[in-house]
Design a binder for this molecule. Structure first.
Ligand code: GCU
Length: 360
């Protein structure tokens, strides 16, 4: 009965098929999925987020500060500067790495934050639970404004008015440059690195983890439109709102679909599908109607056939979520928290519970 309700809700959305190639071939093997995956990456970059650079830069990392006895001696707190060069240009931004001392090779949260690195923001609680945190303050990468390609990594790889990368892609790509540092770092477990963010940074975290297979888990909190929410049938913010208020987050081509969601050649379950078979976790807050919890949840349900094709469980739940529910059994996790648009302690607690349960 409950499962039927999810199916009916999904049918109403009339989503484009994630498991069908552009030439109409049904995708029914992992090999064909590999091909479909490339198509989807292409569509999303062309029509929504813009093209992310694949080659043409070099990166260096320098420890610029280190406190070996942070949080009363429990952790090492290191500030690392990421320096990116092309032939003619250069940009840099810092991130902060907190390493708990009581765990050998801890798993990591790469966390995109709104706050400056000087804030403490739950760091102690998370590291006390046995996780390292690599935290980047998103506007240190590039300001949250429409500045063309004049700042940060955008200025290194300027794009055009159609498929030139928007700021979500810039923040996402730059987070992968932190991953480049972490993946071989002896002090952490390079196989258990999750990327997490809230709201616009939940969109950027999802894009980052979708495009970068090295993350074992992707956490998208209250990410809404342009994040994990399906556009078709969505309440609250829509494509026209995004293109009016935050055009520079996306590529110019997205404007073609303002007021015409049904014409989109993708929906957001395409983005989520790129995470498969790795762990995907979406979180909603029940009073966050602008993001639309129902559409966030349905995206997780819509992506489940891709996980199943790859031999994973996807989202495991018997009914539409009720406030307070957490679905942790499958490779796609989801919770619906009481309250408003926010990333708080209850959310983090559930992310950590999920990670412990699945060993990611
Ligand atoms: C606005 C925007 C959302 C975004 C949010 C945020 O509300 O419309 O798309 O998620 O800001 O980042 O806080």
């Amino acid at each position: 009965m409950g499962k039927e309700a999810i199916k009916i809700e999904l049918e109403k959305r009339a989503l484009p098929e994630v498991l069908r190639l552009a030439d109409s071939t049904a995708v029914n093997t992992p090999e064909l999925w590999g091909k479909r995956r490339e198509e989807i990456r292409e569509i999303l970059q062309e029509e929504c987020y813009g093209r992310m650079p694949r080659t043409g830069w070099e990166t260096e990392w320098e420890t610029v500060q280190e406190d070996k006895n942070a949080f009363g001696g429990k952790a090492v707190l290191r500030t690392v500067e990421v320096r990116i060069h092309t032939n003619s240009r250069y940009t840099s931004y810092p991130f902060q790495l907190v390493l708990p001392k009581n765990v050998q090779k801890p798993p990591v949260f790469v966390y995109l934050t709104f706050l400056p690195l000087s804030s403490d923001e739950l760091m102690e609680e998370i590291t006390d639970s046995g996780y390292a945190v690599a935290r980047v303050s998103y506007q240190d990468i590039a300001p949250d404004q429409g500045d063309g390609y004049t700042n940060g990594p955008g200025a290194l790889f300027p794009g055009n008015a159609f498929d030139g990368w928007g700021k979500l892609a810039v923040w996402a790509w730059s987070t992968s440059r932190i991953m480049d540092y972490l993946v071989d770092l002896e002090e952490i477990d390079g196989k258990r690195i999750a990327v997490a963010g809230h709201s616009r940074l939940g969109k950027a975290a999802l894009l980052c983890g979708a495009m970068d297979d090295r993350f074992s888990m992707v956490i998208s909190n209250d990410s809404g439109a342009g994040g994990i929410s399906l556009f078709r049938g969505k309440e609250g913010e829509n494509v026209a709102d995004l293109c009016r208020n935050f055009p520079y987050w996306f590529c110019g081509n997205l404007k073609k679909y303002a007021g015409g969601e049904t014409k989109l050649p993708f929906d957001q379950h395409f983005l989520a599908a790129l995470v498969a078979p790795r762990k995907l976790y979406a979180a909603s807050a029940v009073d966050d109607q602008w993001a639309d919890p129902r559409s966030e949840f349905l995206s997780c349900a819509a992506v489940t056939p891709v996980y199943e094709l790859l031999g994973e469980k996807g989202l495991v739940c018997d009914s539409l979520p009720e406030t307070g529910d957490a679905f942790h059994e499958g490779s796609v996790g989801y919770h619906l928290r009481p309250g408003t648009h926010y990333l708080g302690r209850e959310d983090w607690k559930l992310f950590m519970e999920y990670r412990r349960r699945h060993g990611v």
